[in-house]
Write a new protein. Sequence first.
Length: 117
Amino acid sequence: MAKKNNDWKKRDGVVFSTSDDFEYNHGDQDDAETLPASQQKLKVLLDKKARAGKQVTLVEGFVGTEDDLKELGKLLKNKCGVGGSAKDGEILIQGDHRDKVLQVLLQAGYGAKKSGG
């Protein structure tokens, strides 16, 4: 019989789709699945360290895929009208936009609160 060298693909929690952007991951997925907005517990804080003295608004605690994180980061950057980045479970918005970011997150149905800073 032929080698079963495709078995790892079935165990990887991959959802098959014809679209690269398709994110329909309902079911028993591992930690790559994005929690619903209402179950997210995001912390919005001001970070001044290791940023060449510039203030940034940091959103941490996001649980989900890198794509969904980037999508949320994009929304926040658009709403605040500034640049930033989203990676490794954190969203970074340039400048002190804690109140605005918190407002946008809450309006989008996320569980979020200001923390520290």
